[in-house]
Ligand binder design. Structure first.
Ligand code: GLY
Ligand code: MN
Ligand code: MN
Length: 463
């Protein structure tokens, strides 16, 4: 599989040397105390190798492939145990040759001196920038502008279409860890519990599958703070708990699910009304997902559905189309309807959102809120995307817009005071694009009001 992926990549790069870097250990507070290591996703995609500090080198002329790195020394073995040697790793990945980093440096120099191209991807970590800068003799400040657009484009074209094996990995993460941990969080959404207790319980489900988080989990009664990563609050009856959490499969594939649950198990009327709007918007967006349809259309369909619902409730007014055109809905829905997902939760974001999510036909939208839409281009069979509408009541944003009298023609500010402390509701699922439409990935996770209330209430009664 890895050999075939590399062969396919080489078909798109006519000349030069392809240099793909692994990640380096990332220190937390001193050099020997590191964050859990996560391999670079592109390196992982083409090699399956999880070892840090090495390079995959592809010679487009000869077709020869190299794994470059340093062998572990006695000190490494004493402190970290024996690890497979480079030759063994290369063999497992079907890579024909190994190189020391010194020999790689000489090879790269020779290519550059003879006027050849070294194709590399713009690195996202400081350590990789420094090392690559030295390797290719390009100042750090120029690495981004001289990175290979051809290589980035070729990698995206390949990685964006998920194979059966990749879909199975995602479903494994969903079914073995992510689904169960969301059910568990619903059961634990009881008054008196702390957010961190729920995170700990979910974490144990992830660890028990030998998986890790695909991204830092969100578990918060302040769901209006979009990437709220603090978990210090005590849950109180009637509050809305937003949990956005996903496990990463053993091969590194993400899952990304959000559910919003009423603490204690009963949605209030106010919450119920907003929840139903978000759920309908998700359904509306999902129905739009099919090959050839721009994902931007799914976004705006959801935005219109949310706006229509808010107009019916009296929080917004006027024409839904005009309100969405103006961007008035972004007071409540200030992110995109979804993104690609794969080896990264925001798949390939390091290769540039403008390349991954957009093209000549569908360009990013500059509007506040909608600018966060990471995917707009036409969908193709094999894409995996998230569908994640939300409605949030962010007091800071509401106060700011109200003071500016922004979009007064579309927003009933006087009605918003009832929603103080409401938080936010997001519902997120993962789907793959099929020849005839789309398919939900993983077993369904409770999502209707009745199903969620039942999960929480039954657990509450058992206590
Ligand atoms: N969990 C990050 C996101 O939903 O985009
Ligand atoms: Mn997401
Ligand atoms: Mn998410």
């Amino acid at each position: 599989m890895y050999q075939e992926r590399r062969r396919e990549l080489l078909r798109k790069i006519p000349s030069g040397l392809v240099l793909l870097a692994a990640n380096y250990p990332a220190p937390r507070n001193y050099a020997a105390a590191c964050y859990p290591f996560r391999q670079d996703s592109t390196f992982l995609y083409y090699t399956g190798i999880k070892r840090p500090a090495c390079y995959l080198v592809l010679d487009t002329q000869s077709g020869q492939e190299f794994l470059a790195g340093e062998e572990a020394g006695p000190e490494d073995i004493i402190w970290s145990g024996s690890t497979p040697g480079l030759a063994e790793l290369a063999e497992q990945a079907g890579i024909g040759h190994i190189l020391s980093l010194g020999d790689l440096q000489d090879t790269v120099r020779r290519v550059i001196q003879s006027g050849g191209t070294v194709h590399y991807l713009d690195p996202y970590s400081g350590e990789r920038k420094l090392r690559l800068s030295e390797m290719v003799d390009i100042p750090v400040a120029q690495l981004a502008s001289r990175a290979s657009q051809l290589l980035a484009q070729a990698v995206i074209e390949q990685r964006q279409i998920k194979t059966r094996e990749e879909l199975l990995e995602i479903e494994q993460a969903l079914n073995k860890a992510t689904g169960p941990m969301h059910r568990l969080a619903m059961q634990l959404a009881q008054p008196g519990r702390y957010e961190y207790e729920l995170v700990a319980a979910m974490q144990s489900r992830v660890a028990a599958q030998q998986m890790q988080w695909a991204y830092p989990p969100i578990c918060s009664i302040r769901g209006e703070v979009l990437h709220n990563e603090t978990h210090t609050n005590c849950l109180q009856e009637g509050q809305l708990l937003l949990v956005d959490a996903g496990a990463e499969s053993p091969l590194g594939y993400a899952s990304d699910i959000t559910r919003t649950t009423p603490v204690g198990g009963r949605f209030s009327m106010l919450q119920r009304e907003i929840y139903e709007i978000v759920l309908r918007a998700q359904q509306t967006a999902m129905e739009a997902i099919a090959p050839g349809i721009p994902f931007r259309d799914a976004h705006f369909r959801a935005a219109r559905a949310l706006t229509e619902g808010l107009i019916q409730l009296g929080l917004m007014k006027g024409s839904a189309d005009e309100a969405v055109g103006a961007g008035a809905h972004t007071l409540f829905f200030m992110h995109g309807i979804g993104h690609m997902m794969g080896l990264d939760v925001h798949d390939m974001e390091d290769l540039g959102t403008h390349r991954v999510g957009f093209d000549r036909e569908v360009q990013p939208v500059a509007q506040f809120g909608t600018a966060n839409l990471r995917l707009g281009k036409r969908l193709e069979t094999g894409y995996v995307v998230t569908v994640e509408p939300g409605i949030y009541f962010n007091p800071v944003l509401i106060n700011q817009w109200q003071a500016e009298r922004k979009w007064e023609a579309f927003i009933n500010y006087s009605k918003l005071s009832r929603y103080e402390g409401f938080g936010g509701i997001r519902i997120e699922d993962n789907v793959t694009v099929t020849p005839t439409g789309h398919k939900l990935l993983g077993h369904p996770i409770p999502k209707t009001i009745a199903d969620i209330e039942r999960m929480v209430q039954e657990a509450g009664e058992k206590k």
